[in-house]
Design a protein around this ligand. Structure first.
Ligand code: PBG
Length: 325
């Protein structure tokens, strides 16, 4: 006869609820949004059920319906029609931010992705050198800081650089101070890996590296999946430069990174459950190979268990429904 009976605490939903060490709550979620210039009508993003490339008008309806579903926090990606290699015009993105904040004010918390990939003809996250074989760090940071200041002045509550250049956190913090935006939060995509899981996003944001330069992928600026040490150094750098919130991206394949870093750094940790992770669950569910809601809950639980206090997920707008007991 065994004295140890671990199944006693698993036997019904009451005791399972009482013994849980981690809980996922709808207030931890941030919903990504895409607003695209020059679209005739909104388009669903291939692979991301219920996620759209919105027009400026349809976006406002989307936010209204999200608010009704209890979603108040967003991460906005602006996709302008005009592309430029440098001296980029951020007025489309900034105009959208101003419009959203005019309409919804402090009912919503609006973070905005800061990057060049949707705004350059080549689709890279920075400014290419004249030879087109690498990114010019200094020129890239100048553009990023200008974007961040424009977004903050337009009313963004948080700016989130996802480009992976060196020194951008410090430069953006300085630019925010100069613009009189000392309360704007800075969320750094500090531990962002060179991942194959960004596919659906690149369609949504029109941001895939195009074949126009010698640089064909992002491996010369995003972190190698086999180098956790690089992620640690990247986080140390961004903390030193004044990041308020740190991020690991993608989520599930990088739980070890999230667990390690969130134990080492007391800053709040975000995790980005990226487009390919979300789409993978949606595909399994569509094929009848998993239970959609249970699979999303399991993935989210893993992210929280690993140390995330906030989750950027394409399923954020379902969190209240999917997490209901
Ligand atoms: C752009 C950016 C990417 C994502 C967020 N910001 C793509 C990339 O780096 O290629 C990915 C998000 C996702 O896949 O959901 N710098």
């Amino acid at each position: 006869m065994s004295r140890i009976n671990l199944r006693r605490l698993r036997q019904d939903r009451h005791i399972r609820g009482l013994t849980r060490e981690h809980r996922v709550s709808p207030e931890q979620f941030i919903q990504p949004l895409f607003v695209v210039e020059g679209l005739a009508g909104r388009e669903e993003v291939p692979g991301l059920t219920g996620v759209y490339r919105d027009t400026p008008d349809s976006l406002l309806y989307q936010i209204e319906s999200d608010l009704k579903a209890g979603v108040e926090k967003f991460l906005l990606f602006g996709v302008p029609m005009g592309k430029a290699t440098h001296a980029i015009d951020w007025s489309f993105d900034a105009g959208q931010i101003a419009r959203i904040k005019q309409r919804f004010g402090s009912d919503i918390w609006l973070s905005v992705d800061v990057c060049l990939c949707s705004s350059t003809p080549h689709g890279h996250c920075g400014v290419l050198n004249p030879e087109g074989d690498h990114l010019d760090n200094r020129a890239s940071v100048r553009e990023l800081a200008a974007a961040a200041a424009a977004y903050a002045q337009a009313g963004a509550d948080c700016v989130a650089p996802s480009d992976m250049m060196d020194g951008r956190i410090g430069a953006i913090r300085d630019a925010l101070e100069q613009a009189g935006c000392d309360r704007t939060l800075l969320m750094s995509y500090a531990a962002k890996f060179h991942s194959t899981f960004y596919g659906p996003f690149r369609v949504a944001a029109d941001s895939a590296p195009k074949q126009q330069s010698k640089l064909t992928d992002r491996s010369s600026y995003q972190i190698d999946p086999a180098r956790p040490g690089d992620a640690l150094l990247s986080v140390e750098r961004d903390v030193a430069e004044g990041a308020d919130i740190l991020m690991v991206k993608p989520g599930m394949p990088y739980l070890d990174i999230l667990a390690d870093l969130s134990r080492q750094f007391p800053q709040p940790w975000a995790v980005y459950e990226v487009s390919g992770e979300y789409a993978a669950i949606e595909l399994l569910a569509r094929e009848g190979l998993t239970n959609r809601i249970a699979a999303h809950r399991e993935a989210w639980t893993a992210l929280v268990r690993a140390g995330a206090s906030m989750i950027i997920s394409y399923g954020a707008r379902h969190a209240r429904e999917w997490l209901a007991p």
